[in-house]
Design a protein around this ligand. Structure first.
Ligand SMILES: Cc1cc2nc3c(=O)[nH]c(=O)nc-3n(C[C@H](O)[C@H](O)[C@H](O)COP(=O)(O)O)c2cc1C
Length: 286
């Protein structure tokens, strides 16, 4: 990437209106080249990603893709096909978010779409295999600066806001908020997690530091996602697990940019955890 990761994360936002202008060949090629590298997640699931319908010629076919009018003038879509696996949705979030940050660096706007798209049409575009699913797609194109409709959606979602860090990050137990001092060199990777996108801006990530390990937990939003009638009726993916992968991506990229070394393992510590909370993964400092 050309810019420091902290700046790219600061620039990214969910863009819902795009210029009526095809993506330039050089930009398309850089993004496509990057997508080719995103094939296996840190938790070992395979996925593949494709940029579709970004040229003038196939604009027409976009109209049939069905995103229910939330997105104005998308010039292209990135579609991801995900294989099965116990932590596959987390890997999907991780790999896809890395692609989004690359697109942001190139100068493109993006918006994750988890619910508001017609799966069958996207499945056809990527020739989906029997073993694969499409949990979400991403709209992309050049950004139209601040429009009224975008503003309304953002206001509704409080998209410019995040929970205070005391409610997200802890040391040794969920009862004890992590101070900036106790975060040490990791204060910035944590802040980069805070600014991650999440489905409906619910920010379900919680992180507990114990010694050299950072344990990631998913605190499910009540009445949202897995187990709720709406989600099962619409057959939506468990998007809060995708959110966890996005958080992992922000954390790791920021840590690596500061030359903080570590690796991901799945090994839950013995901790008393709050209701609606489940363990996802740990980053072990090396
Ligand atoms: C997994 C996932 C699914 C999302 N699905 C949608 C969607 O279907 N429609 C939409 O307009 N925004 C969607 N979003 C965007 C979020 O609403 C947005 O990330 C959040 O409100 C924070 O705003 P920001 O991305 O501008 O920082 C989704 C985000 C994520 C991470």
């Amino acid at each position: 990437m050309n810019q420091p990761i902290q700046e790219i994360i600061g620039q990214r936002f969910s863009c819902r209106s795009y210029l009526d202008e095809p993506i330039r060949e050089t930009h398309r090629q850089s993004l496509k080249d990057f997508l080719k590298t995103q094939q296996i997640g840190p938790l070992r699931t395979h996925a593949r990603f494709e940029l579709v319908a970004a040229t003038q010629d196939d604009r027409q076919s976009l109209k049939g893709l069905g995103t229910y009018g939330y997105i104005k003038n998308p010039t292209g879509f990135i579609i991801g096909a995900l294989e099965q696996g116990t932590k596959n949705l987390e890997d999907y979030g991780y790999l896809f978010e890395h692609a989004i940050l690359t697109a942001t660096d190139i100068g493109l706007g993006t918006c994750w779409l988890g619910g508001t798209f017609t799966k069958s049409r996207f499945a056809k575009k990527i020739s989906l295999r029997d073993t694969e699913t499409i949990p979400a797609v991403v709209a992309t194109g050049y950004i139209v600066e601040k429009t009224g409709r975008d503003g309304q959606i953002r206001k509704y979602l409080s998209a410019n806001r995040r929970l205070p860090k005391e409610q997200l990050f802890f040391v040794d137990s969920f009862g004890s908020p992590l101070t900036t001092g106790a975060a040490g060199a990791y204060a910035q990777p944590l802040e980069m997690v805070r600014w991650a996108p999440s489905a409906s801006n619910k920010q379900p990530w919680r992180i507990v530091r114990i010694g050299d390990a950072w344990h990631f937990y998913l605190q499910r939003t009540k009445g949202y996602g897995k187990g709720t009638l709406l989600f099962s009726l619409l057959r939506l993916a468990d998007l809060q697990r995708v959110d966890m992968g996005i958080a992992m991506c922000h954390f790791e990229l920021a840590a690596r940019s500061l030359r903080l070394r570590g690796r991901w393992i799945v090994e839950a510590p013995k901790l008393i955890i709050p209701d609606n909370t489940e363990y996802t993964v740990s980053w072990i400092n090396e």
